[in-house]
Design a binder for this molecule. Structure first.
Ligand code: NAD
Length: 457
């Protein structure tokens, strides 16, 4: 399929079967969508806050009624395990509910001034473009869309080329729930065509981009021509730091799914396992059976923990990192059709090797030893990325010290959790710009206006 093809073929990554073909949006389609969105946004922003909140809650309830259908669609188009896909559809519902709760709480401030009253208003930006990746098509689309709508904006969502189906279904559900026509539009298309048209369109006030760091930089540079607002959620190469004083059994049991979830196609994947040298060998003894027992297979099977990679391109990319000379632990993966790659942990790797510094975006991690706390922090920070990370230790002081020293936006101690819709999420360094989710999510879709009213005139 060429970059300019007029259609997108959607393939089931577990079978390589083509399950749908959808038209690819052109720049003219984007321009027409901006006209519709601008009209819809004006009316939406003029609605009473309670009414906007009520419609968003209805959208959330409609998604809730369709969680199973959306999840099954995600399994077919993205190869996600059924359990993950159900969580993802539920996450869209929860994001909409949470954002709806913010509509009536989106308050400005009253600031004391002499000679009058000074107030601030948080006004919507207008039309927001959301450009989503294929790795978590539904949640990531909703991270931008739900708060943007709640803050009074219209949204044009461009899903990734390989995963447009759940986004299209969400747009239908929005209309079904009573959201006005044109307020939330989904335009599947090629990144350099439809995505780029959104970035370059002067009528789009903000771009929320989630994807690779390379494209994120282009989006920021092109958007700068209009001083366009951006939120960028980009790549990661996150550390999982295991100190000798940690509960090693628990840390080893938790490590596999911290980088194998979604077949490693997760920007938060803990793909650099940093282990204190004194427990390095013991940790590997515990890790090996945990990796070997991960169940990889048909993502629609409820017992499966890991499905296929999204595409042949992604599979080739992952293979290019794991050369035959590298030692390590390898799990099992199905043979035959489908983009399968086994869980893989590489040992004895040079910390400067490509596989140790670049984002593989597949089920591959490296284990690197460190000597002491300072060495652990140095290694953890020896990356251009700064998205997430985990720290395993029984020493509370160390947990806090290391949390404060690792330059990343989302850390967890004695756990690998990093994403909750009600806590902030985003990257340091080349992992991103801005924050999504959490209590300030709506404010990121507003401009602050300051108004002084004289009491002396
Ligand atoms: P990608 O950058 O190739 O594509 C992401 C989106 O951008 C797609 O919709 C694509 O069509 C579009 N796009 C591509 N070129 C464009 C252009 N020139 N102008 C405008 N839009 C364009 O990334 P990908 O391979 O689909 O996704 C994987 C990447 O996403 C990984 O690097 C991963 O770490 C990152 N990611 C980050 C987060 C986060 O929250 N930080 C979350 C998920 C994924």
């Amino acid at each position: 399929m060429s970059e300019q093809s007029t259609e997108l073929q959607v393939q089931n990554p577990a079978t390589e079967e083509v399950i749908a073909t959808v038209p690819a949006a052109t720049p003219a389609d984007v321009a027409a969508a901006v006209v519709r969105a601008t009209r819809a946004q004006t009316a939406w922003a003029a609605l009473a806050p309670g009414e906007r909140a009520r419609l968003l809650r209805r959208f959330a309830a409609t998604v809730d009624e369709h969680v199973e259908e959306l999840a099954r669609l995600e399994v077919r188009e993205a190869g996600h395990t059924l359990g993950n896909a159900r969580w993802e559809a539920g996450n869209v519902r929860d994001l909409l509910d949470y954002a709806a709760g913010g509509v009536e709480r989106l308050t400005g401030r009253q600031i004391p001034v002499p000679g009058g009253v000074n107030v601030t208003f948080l006004e919507p930006l207008g039309v927001v473009g959301v450009i989503a990746p294929w790795n978590f098509p539904m949640p990531i689309a909703a991270w931008g869309t739900a708060p943007a709508l709640a803050a009074g904006n219209a949204v044009i969502l461009k899903p990734a080329e390989t995963t447009p189906l759940t986004a299209l279904r969400l747009a239908e559900l929005a209309l079904h729930a009573g959201l006005p026509e044109g307020l939330f539009q989904v335009l599947p298309g090629h990144g350099p065509v439809a995505g780029n048209a959104l970035v370059e369109h002067p009528g789009v006030a903000k771009i929320v981009f989630t994807g690779s760091t390379a494209v994120g930089k282009q989006v920021w540079a092109k958007g700068a021509a209009h001083l366009k607002r951006v939120t960028l959620e980009l790549g990661g190469k996150s550390p999982n730091i295991v100190f000798a004083d940690a509960d090693l059994e628990t840390a080893a049991a938790a490590a596999p799914m911290s980088f194998l979830d979604n077949a490693g196609q997760d920007c938060c994947a803990r793909t650099r396992i940093l282990v204190q040298r004194s427990v390095h060998d013991r940790f590997l003894e515990l890790l090996a059976p945990a990796i070997e027992s991960v169940r990889v297979g048909d993502p629609a099977d409820e017992n499966v923990q890991m499905g296929p990679l999204i595409s042949r391109t992604q599979l080739d990319r992952v293979r290019s990192y794991v050369t035959d000379d590298l030692d390590g632990i390898r799990g099992k993966a199905p043979e035959g059709p489908g983009h399968w790659y086994p869980p893989t942990v590489l040992t004895g790797v040079d910390p400067r090797a490509r596989v140790a510094v670049e984002e593989v975006f597949g089920p591959v991690a490296v284990v690197l030893p460190f000597d002491d706390e300072a060495d652990a922090v140095r290694l953890a920070n020896a990356t251009d990325y700064g998205l997430s990370g985990s720290i395993w230790t029984r020493d509370a002081g160390r947990a806090l010290r290391v949390s404060q020293s690792v330059r990343a936006g989302n850390l967890s101690v004695n756990s690998h959790s990093s994403v909750r819709y009600w806590t902030p999420f985003g990257g340091f360094k080349q992992s991103g710009v801005g924050r999504e989710l959490g209590p300030d999510a709506l404010a990121a879709f507003t401009e602050t206006k300051n108004v002084f009213i004289s009491t002396e005139a």
